[in-house]
Design a protein around this ligand. Structure first.
Ligand SMILES: C[S@@+](CC[C@H](N)C(=O)[O-])C[C@H]1O[C@@H](n2cnc3c(N)ncnc32)[C@H](O)[C@@H]1O
Length: 288
């Protein structure tokens, strides 16, 4: 005979208790995050938490929830706990080896798509510092005849990008490989994209703890002035862009003027600058 649910084991009671605990831990949206964690631990839709608060949770679900809630209270981002993050309305697997895809980066996707009059063209794309593969795979999901190469210096990030290509059914059009920007790379690409690491090294410690304590330093550090990767990419990309080829890079807040100068010094022509939803200049398009 199963023991009847005690009131403290119901979804509603646990949801309330977890929301209170997350609020006390300083989490900004405790009820939303409580639903996300509860839905993940119990493998149920979030709507069930609201719709069926009297349902009982299994003891193993409650134990799992306690474990992941403790992790969240230490500041670990929810995406690393659940192992996933939505980007461009697609679901991406993430790990501690990859940057968590940011909504700001959708600015680059919109900017590149806005430059392409024919979405059915057979384009070749190159993504430098692919991480989860979110930029490359989002673009390929919109460009049915395009192919792409995603490079990352971190082999473990490459493994995650490969899994995401498989989950999204894009492996026939994607190659993921380890690489140090374009060193040793052959061939031309119609579009080169990158969201490189761009945080000034000495400023990383001052970032929010969920970023500086959990996200990979390789994905964050842009060297002494935050611009090291742009210099490498600008110097190398001309050999891989045909006439009218497009370079699209994400940039950090306040970096546009410096990146424009780097591009100019490397004979790249800045085509346009794009703002994110917070009106921050977030993406530069350039051409040869
Ligand atoms: C800011 S993250 C961007 C990840 C992903 N493209 C995105 O937008 O979420 C930068 C990525 O560049 C990679 N990276 C850092 N240095 C690199 C290098 N020298 N060559 C290639 N990739 C590099 C990091 O491992 C990381 O995955």
């Amino acid at each position: 005979m199963t023991t009847p649910a005690t009131p403290t084991e119901t979804i509603g009671a646990i949801y309330q208790q977890l929301s209170d605990e997350l609020a006390a831990a300083g989490i900004e949206e405790p009820r939303l995050e409580a639903r996300m964690l509860l839905s993940f631990a119990a493998d149920i839709e979030q709507s069930r938490i609201i719709g069926y608060p009297e349902d009982q949770l299994a003891p193993e679900t409650i134990a799992k929830l306690a474990e992941i809630a403790a992790r969240r209270k230490t500041g670990e981002p929810i995406a690393y706990i659940t192992g996933q993050k939505e980007f461009w309305s697609l679901n991406f697997k993430v790990s501690r080896e990859t940057l968590i895809p940011r909504p700001d980066s959708e600015t680059l996707i919109e900017a590149v798509l806005g430059e392409l009059p024919d979405k059915n063209a057979s384009l070749k794309l190159l993504d430098l510092g692919t991480g989860t593969g979110c930029l490359l795979l989002a673009l390929l999901s919109e460009l049915p005849n395009a192919t792409g190469l995603g490079l990352d210096i971190n082999p473990e990030a490459c493994d995650i990008a490969q899994v995401n290509a498989e989950i999204l059914g894009l492996t026939s059009r994607v190659t993921i490989q380890q690489g140090d920007w374009m060193t040793g790379l052959d061939g031309e690409f119609n579009i080169i994209i990158s969201n490189p690491p761009y945080i000034i090294e000495s400023e990383i410690a001052a970032l929010e703890p969920d970023v500086n304590q959990f996200e990979p330093r390789l994905a964050l550090s842009g060297g002494i002035d935050g611009l090291a990767a742009y210099r490498s990419i600008a110097a190398q990309c001309k050999a891989h862009l045909p006439p009218h080829g497009l370079l699209a890079v994400e940039c950090g807040m306040g970096q546009v003027a410096d990146i424009k100068e780097i591009f100019l010094n490397n004979n790249l022509m800045v085509k346009s600058i794009h703002q994110d939803i917070a009106n921050v200049e977030r993406c530069i398009l350039a051409t040869v």
